[in-house]
Design a protein around this ligand. Structure first.
Ligand SMILES: *Cc1c(COP(=O)(O)O)cnc(C)c1O
Length: 393
């Protein structure tokens, strides 16, 4: 069995589209059109131009000499942190805003937890002059004030959601409700490889530019177009899916996923979804999901807002279950130490999410001749308060 999505939208037994009947028209329209649009020359020309001149691609593949010496191996960092807005998320929002334009949509909705996806969405809406509404749990609106300000400056309307726990899940419900009442003029930009088919596949394709570039850049630097180890952090799983895409069927490449253990896998304060999750349905797809015996979704916890999610994209559920990817759960403390090491060895302050991938370098013990590519998903500016507090800087 392969690792690309099948005709019904499944990866193995994960994925699909489990949605309320009232959403069928919206999802059908997208499902029937996305491949046609994405593979057209006119889309590809616009997408490639914006990735280059707006996002700043290709992002460099950097040979991290001092980190390599520290671990006794050859480490290359794929610098997604150098993208406009500071992370890989912009690859996806550029792709989706172009799909929305092709479908003649006038209005964009999104939901956001920490605000990073909200900012990436508001950014491309400003770029294209599209109306933008971002749903956000009322608690998150309070906790993420700088991102809320950014979205507002970019012209987005931020709608605080006061139901439930006032966090991401509640914001998602509100966004879905909005989409059901605006089926004709509105596109819903989902921020990771989650949600009903075709979102996981569509977002993976937009992010796959990462592994497309890694292949070319590794060839130039090492004379070989694949690494021995490919390391990425997994929240919903979009940066990992993009970094893995062109290597999914290449068994020479060991895929290493880092998820958030929080205070520890057994602590009750964790987001180690693929280790602790059981099959269930969240946000319209069947995947691994942290839930209690009654099927109630358990509240996730991680120091890193981008990994603080109770599910995982269906591709990653399948990669973990089939053994294609090796998953390590990284604690808050391990991530903090890895962030410090990367900063001091390479002069790069990584995002807290990325720090989980960096901490996985401690676990895999690569050899001196092994080539390790690590997807440096984002920069750490947004996490400075946490670093200052926890690392006593
Ligand atoms: C949002 C985010 C993540 C987690 O999202 P994925 O979809 O798993 O990639 C990881 N790193 C950074 C820097 C992020 O902003």
């Amino acid at each position: 069995m392969g690792y690309k999505v099948d005709a019904e939208g499944f990866y193995g037994e994960y994925g699909g589209a489990y949605i309320p009947e009232m959403l069928y028209p919206n999802i059908r329209e997208l499902e029937n059109n996305y491949m046609k649009i994405v593979s057209s020359d006119s889309f590809q020309n616009k997408f490639r131009l914006l990735l280059r001149d707006y996002a700043g691609r290709p992002t460099p593949l950097f040979r991290a000499e001092r980190l390599s010496a520290h671990y006794g191996t050859q480490i290359f960092l794929k610098r997604e942190d150098l993208n406009h807005t500071g992370a890989h998320k912009i690859n996806n929002t550029i792709g989706q805003i172009l799909v929305a334009t092709h479908l003649k949509k006038k209005r964009i909705i999104a939901e956001t937890g920490a605000g990073q996806h909200g900012v990436a969405t508001a950014t491309v809406c400003a770029l294209t002059g599209m109306e933008c509404i971002v749903y956000m749990g009322a608690l998150d609106v309070e906790r993420q004030a700088p991102n809320v300000k950014k979205m507002k400056m970019l012209g987005a309307e931020v709608v605080p959601v006061h139901s439930g726990n006032k966090t991401l899940k509640d914001a998602t419900n509100e966004a879905i409700r909005d989409w059901i009442s605006h089926p004709v003029d509105t596109h819903y930009i989902i921020g990771s490889v989650v949600g009903p088919h075709p979102y996981p596949d569509m977002v993976t394709r937009f992010q796959s530019v990462i592994s497309e570039e890694i292949r070319i850049q590794l060839m130039e630097k090492t004379g070989r177009d694949y690494p021995d180890y490919l390391v990425a952090c997994v929240g919903g799983g979009s940066n990992a899916a993009g970094a893995y895409y062109h290597y999914l069927e290449d068994r020479r490449v060991r895929l290493i996923s880092a998820e958030a253990a929080g205070l520890g896998v057994d602590s009750g304060y964790t987001a180690a979804t693929s280790l602790l999750g059981r099959p269930g349905i969240i946000h319209g797809s069947r995947t691994l999901l942290m839930q209690d015996d009654d099927g109630q979704i358990e509240e996730p916890y991680s120091i890193s807002a981008g990994l603080d999610y109770p599910g995982v994209g269906p591709l990653h559920a399948w990669l973990a279950e089939s053994g294609r990817a090796t998953v390590y759960a990284i604690t808050d403390e391990e991530a903090l130490q890895a962030a410090m090491l990367c900063t001091r060895k390479e002069g790069i302050i990584p995002a807290l999410e990325t720090a989980h991938a960096l901490a996985a370098l401690e676990k895999i013990k690569p050899g001196i001749k092994d080539v390790v590519v690590l997807n440096l998903s984002g920069r750490g500016d947004k996490d400075m308060e946490t670093y200052i507090d926890k690392l006593e800087i």
